[in-house]
Design a protein around this ligand. Structure first.
Ligand SMILES: Cc1cc2nc3c(=O)[nH]c(=O)nc-3n(C[C@H](O)[C@H](O)[C@H](O)COP(=O)(O)O)c2cc1C
Length: 173
């Protein structure tokens, strides 16, 4: 099992990225992860540029999705929906269809009562690109106030167990 982990936050101290780092840390032996780090480097989507030769950052994104068995998104809410930078990433996958029939899940770590717009809109876009959302591998939780290790990962045992269950859910689907 190889998971591509895509954070929708470009912030250095991002809780969403820290959640994905923690998901990587609890990977079962033998399973693999790829923490995507290219969100800020993607150019603004332009259909004129969606032709060979692709911008190198776009080619890199597409090959990393293709190499993954599944993709996990952990995305903050900005202005009631997903961050524009993540929507931009998803638009770069439409023509290449890299997410079509790809298993995906989302993790929503917004404070309780927040983040519903991002979650709902992410589901809309994932549906549009033909991704297969694996329900048991999705997680609604909160990381508010949780302490972090020196590696920038969460140490909370309950969260780590919940994240471990994501690996199991993908293994079982
Ligand atoms: C420009 C901007 C817009 C935001 N809009 C919302 C919003 O609509 N709803 C919400 O719940 N939080 C909103 N937030 C708060 C972020 O979702 C929150 O700070 C989140 O933890 C950021 O994730 P990160 O720690 O991974 O960077 C907004 C933050 C920023 C910077």
């Amino acid at each position: 099992m190889r998971l591509l982990l895509v954070s929708g936050s470009t912030r250095a101290a991002s809780g969403n990225t820290a959640t994905l780092r923690t998901l990587a840390e609890v990977a079962p032996p033998g399973d693999e992860f790829d923490l995507y780090d290219g969100l800020s480097a993607l150019p603004a989507f332009n259909p004129d540029d969606d032709e060979p030769p692709l911008p190198p950052t776009v080619a890199d994104l597409r090959s990393r999705i293709e190499a993954a068995d599944a993709v996990v998104f952990c995305v903050p809410e900005y202005a009631g929906t997903i961050p524009g930078s993540l929507k931009n990433l998803l638009e770069w996958t439409v023509k290449g269809a890299q997410l079509s029939e790809k298993r995906v899940s989302w993790i929503n770590v917004a404070n309780l009562g927040r983040g519903d717009g991002a979650q709902a809109n992410l589901e809309v876009v994932l549906g549009y690109v033909g991704a297969v959302v694996v329900g048991p591998a999705c997680l609604r939780t909160s990381v508010n106030g949780l302490s972090r290790s020196d590696r920038g990962t969460f140490v909370d045992p309950e969260l780590r167990a919940q994240l471990g269950d994501i690996w199991k859910a993908f293994a079982e689907t």
